[in-house]
Design a protein around this ligand. Structure first.
Ligand code: GCV
Length: 721
């Protein structure tokens, strides 16, 4: 379509609109900003294509979609885009199911919707009575809601909407946030303020934030949320709390979001006054059955339970000499008549440290394959230890073909710099999802386990440990919003590319100007690798300070052995690294061939996981020609230098954002540089006490001695005391 503006004037306006800093923004609106489209040509085109919208129906889901289309379209197009009672003679948008709209029935053949299931949708350009229209349709109203958000995203990202033919369906069924939120509003590993759930005020007082939380999630396809910490409190299962939970569920339902709770395994004893929580005890079975019935009486679409059992002090079936399957199945049987599910976590390891911690979940769960009910999923962290900056994929992926397996990713940055360091996590998630398990030969990726295609499972899910809190911008660091966003997009489609997701998010959250997109994308896409370099290069892991996991603590050697750093890095005068090869703990043998051999052989083991699998001498020759010690020094230095470079790049992007967010990010980057240096120098000085080698010339030398770093206290990091 031809624009009526002079192209030179258009170019000038575009240049100035991109180069003018916007009004201050707190970040509250996340990626749903709906500000008027700044590019005049795009705006004109969109205005010509959408003069109004039709959305038949009055159900809660349709009302949510209507509200979103109304604010979104009018905001983005900078003029009132009215809801039409009947089709207009000018181009319009129509959103509805075939059942709700004759126009849609006449335009979309029913077979086209077959593949979209009960949550997917179609967005298509069409001609109706010689008029160009845009159709959003789906089998269900939930699909209409998702389609509406998707369409708004097309506008927000300045996409071409002239010939649309989009068909989308999520690849997983349950796309769920796990909130590690306690009933006193503290958040375990939370760095963005208090819990969103104001339990004391619920159910009478309902913050508007609850609706905005639901909108944000729905906009990226998240359809479930576990409200409470996996280190669970049985109190949330009492009647008074269930009423509070029901109030939240009522707000989330119109956005297609189901609530779930964590079930404390000992609840029958703690709140039910039974003498045991043995999952095979008839009274215990009856207690859970009644409790579940009570929950459904308040929340008819309750999703089910997430359970951490027999892990890090949590009670579980093993307290009664029962297996994880006995425990999970007992809860699953109580939930099954109501359509509920159990997400049973595989994050278990023995406090007696009988074996390499990396091996324990596999050893515990693989023998139980096929023993879980159909409404049970085993929830597996992306790697075998615990959300480290980099881990190999968890060997349980692919190893339990007869069991529903779901991944647990961590969106909150427990081991990745809290909400201070800019770390875009989608490349980490993508690396795990793309990993080939070889469970059924080449191409058996983790993603194919998760979407159910590898072993033919239909109950599929992906969980992300949330990074949200009461901070005005939800996540503390403005860029941490991208981690929430990308989790949702990857849960919808585990094959999506992190770079594409970054670009979408930047366009919606900051700017559609190409230089801004390129600059921010560069920062985001390199941020994870850079952080690994100054924290845990070459496969090092779990060398954080104990208690908080923010700063370095390779010297931590007291307390429970597998909570110390020395257990993991095993540095001594002969070298460094954990020997998990066939000559060591043999964790490699939990992987299928040829992954096992690849990790086992020092020549083929990727260098970025070298010290995860191998203990090597300090003068081991790396591919670069440097010794291992030298390489370690260079990696740590490169990490710090990359943060410095990132700060410079950010300064160039001043006009890509408002002053408020620009200053906030600048301040955070300053801290990130300071703390990256602490990581580098603390770790190198400590490891140097074993290697007894000089830091190569040309590299910066630590400003203080080792004791300084050992005694360093952080006073300005959110959530860290
Ligand atoms: C919720 C790690 C964290 C704990 C967390 C645990 C888990 O150990 O440090 O805070 O507890 O993982 O995932 O259960």
């Amino acid at each position: 379509m031809k624009s009526s503006y002079n192209p030179i004037i258009l170019a000038l306006i575009a240049l100035f609109s991109a180069a003018t800093p916007a009004a201050p923004e707190s970040g509250y609106r996340l990626w749903l900003r709906y500000d008027r489209i700044s590019d005049p040509a795009t705006l004109t085109l969109y205005r010509k294509n959408i003069t109004g919208f039709v959305i038949p129906g009055e159900s809660p889901l349709i009302k949510s979609a209507r509200q979103e289309l109304s604010t979104g379209l009018s905001g983005l197009l900078g003029q009132n885009i009215p809801e039409l009672r009947s089709p207009a003679r000018s181009p319009f948008l129509i959103a509805g199911t075939p059942a709700s709209s004759k126009i849609i029935r006449s335009l979309i053949p029913p077979e086209d919707l077959l593949k979209t299931g009960d949550e997917g949708f179609i967005i298509r350009s069409a001609i109706y009575r010689k008029n160009k229209i845009i159709v959003i349709t789906a089998n269900t109203e939930k699909g209409i809601l998702y389609g509406s958000f998707f369409f708004l995203r097309l506008l927000q990202t300045h996409s071409d909407i002239s010939a649309l033919n989009i068909s989308e369906a999520p690849k997983t069924k349950v796309r769920i946030l796990n909130h590690w939120d306690n009933l006193d509003r503290s958040v375990e590993r939370g760095y963005a303020g208090l819990s969103l759930w104001d339990w004391a005020a619920l159910p009478d007082s309902l913050s508007p934030r609850y609706t905005d939380y639901a909108r944000a999630n729905a906009s990226i396809g998240i359809n479930s949320t576990v409200l409470t910490n996996v280190n669970a409190n049985a109190m949330v299962l009492t009647t008074d709390y269930l009423k509070k939970v029901a109030a939240l569920a009522d707000i989330f339902r119109p956005y297609g979001i189901k609530v779930y709770l964590t079930a404390r395994f000992s609840a029958p004893v703690e709140t039910g006054k039974l003498k045991t929580a043995d999952p095979l005890d008839p009274e215990v079975i009856a207690w859970w059955k009644n409790k579940v019935e009570e929950i459904y009486s308040y929340i008819p679409d309750f999703g089910g339970f997430t359970v951490k059992a027999n892990s890090e002090g949590q009670p579980g079936p093993q307290n009664y000499n029962r297996s994880h399957a006995d425990g999970a199945n007992m809860l699953a049987d109580a939930l099954a008549p109501h359509g509920g599910i159990v997400m049973w976590r595989a994050f278990v390891y023995d406090n007696n440290v009988p074996d390499d911690r990396a091996k324990q979940a596999y050893n515990e769960f693989v023998p139980l394959d096929g023993k879980f009910r159909e409404n049970v999923l085993i929830q597996v962290k992306n790697g075998p230890i615990d959300f480290q900056p980099r881990e190999p994929f968890h060997p349980l992926f692919g190893a339990m073909p007869k069991t529903n397996i779901m991944p647990e990713l961590q969106i909150t940055q427990e081991y990745l710099g809290a909400s201070v360091h800019l770390v875009y996590l989608a490349p980490l998630f993508e690396e795990c999802l793309k990993s080939d398990t070889y469970a059924r030969g080449k191409g058996s990726t983790v993603a194919s386990v998760i979407d159910g295609s590898l072993f033919g499972h239909s109950l599929t899910a992906m969980a992300g440990v949330a990074n949200t809190g009461s901070a005005e911008n939800w996540t503390g660091h403005p860029f941490a919003q991208a981690n929430w966003y990308s989790f949702g997009r990857l849960a919808w489609n585990p094959y999506e590319k992190s770079e594409k997701i970054a670009e979408e998010w930047i366009r919606m959250t900051f700017s559609n100007n190409q230089d801004c997109i390129d600059g921010m994308k560069k920062i985001m896409m390199s941020s994870w690798e850079n952080t690994i370099k100054y924290m845990t290069p070459l496969g090092l892991h779990h060398i954080m300070y104990s208690g908080h996991h923010y700063g370095p603590g390779p010297w931590v050697n007291r307390g429970r052995q597998d909570w110390t750093s020395v257990y993991y890095h095993r540095a001594d005068s002969s070298g460094i690294g954990f020997n998990r090869t066939t000559t060591g703990s043999d964790a490699v043998s939990q992987y299928f061939s040829p992954v096992k051999e690849m990790f086992n052989n020092v020549e083929t083991c990727p260098e970025n996981l070298l010290l995860w699998f191998h203990h090597l001498p300090w003068d081991y020759r790396m591919k670069s020609g440097r010794t291992l010690w030298e390489e370690l020094c260079y990696e740590y230095h490169e990490g710090v230098n990359a943060v410095r470079q990132m700060r410079k790049e950010w300064q160039k992007l001043q006009n890509c954002t408002d002053r408020e967010r620009f200053e906030q990010v600048s301040g955070l980057m300053e801290k990130q540089e300071r703390d990256a240096i602490i990581w580098r120098d603390g770790c190198l000085l400590y490891f140097q006490s074993f290697s007894r080698k000089e830091i190569p010339s040309g590299l910066e030398k630590p400003a203080f001695n080792l004791n300084y770093y050992i005694n360093h206290k952080y006073t300005d990091i959110p959530g860290i005391r």
